[in-house]
Design a protein around this ligand. Structure first.
Ligand code: HEC
Length: 157
């Protein structure tokens, strides 16, 4: 009985650590912690509060995951339910701002994401899709490197 309880506790602890690692690995918030004052640090460890932009990025991730599945299955996606102009207005995590690099990548990205659902395009669908994902990566190389491994998984080989 005691052993069973201990086992359960350990398993949960490991699960907790895995979840924590996952959150820190795939978010770029952790990099900023070093320059933040200690009081704020504690609050951030207690609960992960994604910014409006982080939330939107995760929605874009989920949407592209769905596009990938459709394209691999031979379907032609025609819907873009996200308002990409939010990239220009969404609030970012404290300390982050729209840098010159951001500005140089954002519109190219928006155009490439829109091109995926352009059913009249004569460029191959997979090529248009991968171009958009590569534009996610281009911006992330300078703006937020944490999610890069996760975004790479969206590419269609
Ligand atoms: C123009 C630059 C730019 C483009 C393009 C871009 N991102 Fe981001 N991304 C960022 C920045 C900056 C953040 C950090 C936002 C914040 O913390 O407020 C971010 C955060 C993220 C996060 C982490 C969210 C979290 O929970 O902290 C993921 C995942 C992500 N982006 C995926 C994507 C995907 C997928 C695409 C393409 C469909 C994409 N990004 C396109 C700049 C970009």
């Amino acid at each position: 009985m005691v052993l069973k309880l201990m086992e359960f506790y350990l398993n949960n602890k490991i699960l907790g650590i895995v979840v924590f690692l996952f959150l820190t690995l795939f978010s770029c918030k952790n990099k900023d912690k070093a320059i933040e004052e200690p009081t704020k640090k504690i609050v951030e460890y207690d609960m992960y509060q994604p910014s409006e932009m982080a939330g939107f990025m995760n929605a874009m991730y989920a949407y592209n995951q769905q596009l990938k599945a459709q394209i691999v299955a031979g379907e032609t996606p025609a819907r873009l339910p996200l308002d990409l102009l939010k990239l220009h207005s969404a609030e970012m995590t404290d300390g982050k701002s729209r840098t010159e690099n951001w500005q140089s990548f954002v519109n190219v990205f928006i155009e490439s994401q829109e091109a995926i659902v352009d059913t009249l395009s004569n460029i191959e669908l997979k090529e248009r899709y991968n171009a958009a994902i590569n534009n996610c990566l281009n911006c992330h190389k300078t703006e937020c490197t944490g999610p890069i491994p996760k975004i790479k998984k969206l590419l269609i080989q």
